[in-house]
Design a protein around this ligand. Structure first.
Ligand SMILES: NC(=O)c1ccc[n+]([C@@H]2O[C@H](COP(=O)([O-])OP(=O)(O)OC[C@H]3O[C@@H](n4cnc5c(N)ncnc54)[C@H](OP(=O)(O)O)[C@@H]3O)[C@@H](O)[C@H]2O)c1
Length: 253
């Protein structure tokens, strides 16, 4: 069966107390195909269709940075933060937001995106395919107060030595092992901690993020655009896991 099928449906009409919205474009998030593959079954309703919240990537970056202690009103401490997969949908927002909060940013991404991530303000960028990148060690020797962890496959034993005394790894894609590790850290009052994060979309965060975009303080980087008739290609590209920024589906007509 194809991953996605393009079908024509009649334009719905708004009933009493309903609004009919015309969407111009949407972006694909990994969570969309994870729902399709049943990977989020324990967390989301089983009944489809299930439409997850829109402001996923920037909202997640914001909430992950806040859980590390980032403040956006000038009252925060100059923390050292590591952002893994800084070239992805979440990571590119996380780098920009961390700089707006006055943090020192070390980032990881593939070699082809090092200059882009630097241009967004990252202070140090590691190519994740090199031994230095895999070790996550800051070239200037900084220990991280927090990590916005936007990829998979990095074990706690890699994070632990690069964290400051009370450093936290905010894991936005926690697996079962990570959830167990996080529980263990809690019950043993560990100072260094792994903390799973699931986005909690809310109006105040959305307004804050829209304000930054409007004021030109943050931007959205677009990997690619597909017409709605080719949404399956956008879907497949997201599953490949090599987007630089957001994958967009544009509605025609
Ligand atoms: N908890 C939540 O509420 C929440 C919300 C949003 C997203 N998420 C999850 O967060 C993850 C990231 O989402 P996303 O939209 O940012 O993904 P994405 O856009 O698909 O990320 C792709 C990027 O990650 C880079 N990358 C892949 N593996 C890497 C590694 N080991 N080290 C450094 N960079 C690496 C790729 O670089 P190359 O092409 O060079 O390999 C590519 O540029 C997904 O698993 C998603 O489901 C969770």
């Amino acid at each position: 069966m194809p991953l996605m099928q393009h079908v024509e449906v009649p334009v719905p009409s708004a009933k009493k107390n309903e609004l009919l919205l015309k969407l111009e474009a949407a972006s694909i998030n990994p969570v969309d195909w994870k729902i399709q593959k049943g990977m989020l079954r324990p967390f989301l309703p089983r009944k489809l269709p299930c439409i997850p919240g829109l402001p996923i990537a920037a909202g997640t970056a914001l909430q992950a940075l806040r859980s590390i202690g980032a403040k956006f009103d000038g009252t925060g401490k100059p923390l050292n933060v590591l952002i893994t997969a800084a070239s992805g949908g979440v990571g590119l927002y996380a780098v920009q937001l961390a700089k707006l909060a006055g943090l020192h940013v070390t980032a990881t991404c593939g070699a082809r995106n090092v200059e882009l991530v630097k241009s967004l303000g990252a202070d140090e960028v590691l190519d994740y395919r090199t031994p230095e990148g895999a070790s996550l060690q800051s070239p200037s020797g900084k220990k991280y107060d927090g990590v916005v962890h936007c990829t998979v496959g990095i074990s706690w034993s890699t994070f632990e030595p690069v964290l400051a005394t009370s450093g936290r790894v905010i894991d936005i894609t926690p697996n079962f092992t990570a959830i167990l590790k996080s529980a263990l850290h809690k019950v043993t009052f560990s100072r260094k901690r792994l903390v799973p994060l699931l986005l909690w979309p809310n109006k105040a965060d959305l307004e804050f993020l829209v304000g930054l975009l409007k004021d030109g303080k943050m931007k959205t980087l677009i990997d690619s655009k597909f017409p709605l008739s080719e949404a399956s290609k956008a879907w497949a590209k997201s599953i490949e896991g090599h987007a630089t920024g957001k994958i967009i589906v544009e509605m025609e007509g």
